[in-house]
Design a binder for this molecule. Structure first.
Ligand code: SAM
Length: 213
């Protein structure tokens, strides 16, 4: 769902820095070859992720939901020297494409991929995260937030994608719609969480930025 009128959307993109060529090619190849290509963050959100990462200069980033690696490559742009982004995805079939573009971007040292259930992999990654990007199965968003909040130190940040869920979070939620229910619950939990400062950015499908106090 597009929240902005088309001409505003076009103008916004026309006045935003362009992405590197390898991201254009990754996006094209994802649309040609992979199921549900709209899951990829895309140029505008990707440039925002890159900008946030450059501003925060994280040493260690955790990404939950790699897909074809687009957002991982954007977030890795702002890593400190010798910093590392760990990205988890349950679908191992995506690895050849992820690896192809990580190599093309020259980010082999900066990005480490993990295959598996994120809730099982995260506790094995014993790391002090500076930035966490949650962008996987919506039913587990509350679990991801609670799990990472246990270890994050003051000054760490969390980004959470799809928090508007095509606007469904503002409507009456159907009893069997676990994804929307979870997102509504998480958005309220964050709003009431005294441990954080938060802002819900109406970018694309909604992106929440959380700063741990
Ligand atoms: C929206 S896509 C991620 C998009 C990517 N961050 C980007 O912007 O280019 C969600 C990904 O989460 C993965 N996923 C879903 N459930 C998962 C789970 N339980 N553990 C790990 N990954 C999961 C899916 O395989 C899919 O590739």
């Amino acid at each position: 769902m597009e929240f902005l009128p088309e001409e505003i959307d076009r103008y916004t993109s026309a006045h935003t820095s362009d992405e590197p060529d390898y991201l254009k090619d990754l996006q094209r190849e994802t649309w040609q070859k992979v199921l549900i290509p709209r899951m990829l963050s895309g140029p505008f959100q990707g440039r925002l992720l890159s900008m946030i990462s450059h501003m925060l200069k994280p040493k260690y980033v955790l990404e939950i939901g790699t897909y074809t690696g687009y957002s991982a490559l954007c977030l890795a742009e702002g890593l400190q020297e010798n910093g590392k982004l760990h990205s988890i995805d349950i679908n191992e079939e995506l690895q050849p494409l992820q690896l192809k573009y990580i190599e093309r971007a020259g980010m082999q040292q900066a990005i480490e991929l993990h295959v598996g259930q994120a809730l099982e992999v995260i506790p094995t990654l014993n790391q002090d995260w500076d930035l966490v990007f949650i962008d996987a199965d919506k039913e587990n968003y509350l679990a991801y937030y609670n799990l990472v909040m246990k270890t994050l130190k003051p000054g760490a940040h969390i980004l959470i994608d799809n928090v508007l869920w095509s606007g469904k979070v503002t409507e009456k939620v159907a009893k069997n719609d676990l994804e929307t229910q979870t997102l509504v619950e998480l958005n309220q939990l964050i709003q009431d969480d005294k441990r954080v400062q938060n802002i819900l950015l109406p970018v694309r499908d909604g992106l929440t930025l959380v700063r741990v106090l």
